[in-house]
Design a protein. Structure first.
Length: 574
């Protein structure tokens, strides 16, 4: 009986053991499933953290993708949006030796820095930082071969300026700010045309500027060499179409690279052509002379003004830098750049008519151009008698180089002032503008400006075959409380060809030093004028002006009025 009971309970025990074993297996499986789920959840959370911890993002790509291209007047690309690789690093997640990683990065990207530079980057106490924002696929592959999991890669769109520093101040750059994290134009035409360039409906159509890359390159080259050799603080250069107001070249030095804008300082980012205002000296004299002729103050080129000695007006004394000590007629006043004779002419013009002329030329407002970076002229608060006299030769009033270039276009194009533009103007679509002086006065000014180059202070600006006309201007640099006796601003404003003017060319140098390159003279005749000559010689044919040594403007009438002492040489002063 006992044996039968034992046999009956044995299967029950086996069944209980199996159930217990199955239960244990189920528990273990549940634990594994929970661990797996937790692992997946951890990965998801980690991916989410990576997405929001400041690593490479596609936000910039989305915001800049539709930005339109910018081209010059001939279709040459100046700014475009491209697909690019970015290389970044999570410094806190690096596993390898940082010194070795930094060395390999420096070997692969020597243009961005040395081993110390990269070591500092990968040692930052941050979640993420960029190593390269515009990397080639080959570079990405090489960096990836380092095998460091803390180095990451991503694709995003980038703004590329393929011509590097060319026309940097015209183009500007794009970027973000602390107050505005979205990508927008921050300087130049990128800023002025930001809405247009971001318009998806227009992104396929590039914006065509008035700039000619060939002329721009020549101006940057010649002006840059002169600035470096003469150790000037800054320089400006402009080529302007006299009939349309199109800016063919605009150069501000020092330059910056919009592809590496973070390396530029305040002085590099400043556009000297449109933001800086200067007293431009004797380059104002042709404007005063045009006013005198147009208002009837001067009706005869042979009329003479007393320049036998300094002109005393109250407590002020006006002198000539290179005094002739005699009476000077109109052509002689300009070729000898007489402050005294010009002041006497301005005195007859009077404050009202002088102000009217300056206002017509826009000297009381910011320059009329698309750029947002524009300086306001320094306009005299009170027009005393001496104010009228001194502004006639460019002292006591300060304007931008662009103001002056536009004024010279008005003097030679028949007397019409037009706003300047950095956008290409279609044939026949130039703005009507406003009349400032008569066609007759403009014709006379063309003769006088040509005479200054053939017989006066502008002789070094001559470019054979191009019939250049223009005027020098040298003024002591203004500083707090007065003028710097050891610094000046030298300018040459020119137009060519003077028998049928098409372009104004202006160069300006701020504080050139006395060096061999300018024969130890810092006046415009030795600093700015030679640059104009070289620029015109290099670019005239590009601009469609064929040099012709047999053609010229007839200035024999004015030359007949000039007096030369026996053995007298052509004027090279100022």
């Amino acid at each position: 009986m006992t044996t039968m009971v034992a046999r009956a309970t044995r299967p029950a025990r086996i069944s209980e053991q199996r159930q217990a074993l199955l239960a244990t297996q189920h528990q273990r499986l549940m634990v594994l499933m929970l661990l797996f789920a937790a692992g997946v959840l951890l990965v998801i959370i980690r991916l989410a953290m990576l997405a929001f911890d400041g690593g490479p993002s596609r936000v910039a790509a989305i915001s800049t993708a539709p930005r339109g291209d910018i081209v010059d007047r001939n279709g040459q690309q100046l700014a475009r949006t491209i697909d690019a690789w970015t290389i970044g690093v999570h410094p806190r997640r690096l596993l390898g030796d940082k010194s070795e990683i930094a060395k390999r990065l420096a070997d692969l990207m020597p243009d961005l820095g040395d081993q110390h530079h990269f070591y500092a980057l990968i040692s930052k106490d941050v979640n993420f930082t960029y190593l390269n924002r515009r990397a080639s696929p080959a570079l990405v592959q090489a960096v990836n071969a380092i095998g460091e999991p803390g180095i990451v890669f991503d694709r995003e769109t980038q703004r590329l300026y393929p011509q590097s520093t060319l026309a940097a101040h015209v183009l500007g750059y794009i970027g973000t700010t602390r107050k505005d994290p979205t990508v927008h134009g921050r300087l130049g035409m990128e800023r002025a045309l930001d809405e247009r360039l971001l318009n998806p409906a227009l992104s396929g159509t590039p914006v065509t500027l008035s700039i000619d890359s060939r002329v721009q390159a020549a101006m940057e080259s010649e002006l840059g060499q002169a600035m470096a050799s003469m150790q000037a603080r800054a320089a400006a250069g402009i080529v302007l179409d006299v009939d349309t107001g199109e800016v063919i070249s605009m150069v501000s030095l020092p330059l910056f690279n919009p592809n590496r804008v973070g390396m530029a300082g305040t002085e590099q980012l400043r556009n000297t052509v449109t933001q800086s205002v200067y007293e431009l000296g004797s380059a104002f004299k042709p404007i005063a002379m045009a006013t005198a002729i147009d208002t009837g103050v001067v009706t005869d080129m042979s009329r003479r003004f007393d320049a036998t000695g300094a002109l005393q007006v109250g407590r002020f004394r006006i002198r000539d830098d290179h005094a002739q000590n005699r009476w000077l007629n109109i052509p002689e006043t300009l070729i000898h750049s007489s402050n005294i004779a010009t002041a006497r002419i301005a005195d007859e013009i009077g404050a009202e008519r002088m102000q009217t002329m300056f206002r017509k030329l826009g000297f009381d407002t910011k320059p009329d151009i698309e750029l947002i970076e524009k300086g306001r002229p320094l306009w005299p608060h009170y027009w005393a008698r001496t104010t009228v006299m001194t502004t006639a030769y460019g002292h006591g009033i300060a304007v931008t180089p662009l103001h002056l270039a536009n004024a010279y276009a008005t003097l030679v194009n028949g007397g019409i002032w037009r706003p300047t533009t950095l956008l290409k103007v279609a044939p026949g679509k130039a703005p009507q503008g406003r009349r400032v002086i008569s066609e007759t006065t403009s014709a006379r000014m063309r003769q006088l400006l040509r005479l200054i180059v053939t017989d006066g202070t502008g002789r070094k600006a001559e470019a054979p075959g191009y019939r250049v006309g223009g005027k020098t201007g040298t003024a002591e640099a203004a500083e707090a409380g007065g003028y710097a006796r050891n610094r000046n601003v030298s300018t040459f404003a020119a137009a060519f060809p003077m028998d049928a003017p098409r372009y104004v060319v202006l160069t300006m140098m701020d504080s050139p030093k006395r060096v061999q390159a300018n024969l130890f003279q810092t006046t415009a005749a030795y600093t700015a004028a030679p640059v104009v000559s070289r620029v015109i010689s290099r670019t005239g044919a590009m601009l469609g002006v064929i040099p012709d040594a047999q053609r010229d403007l007839d200035i024999r009438e004015l030359q007949g009025l000039l007096w030369h002492a026996p053995g007298d040489k052509k004027v090279e002063a100022e």
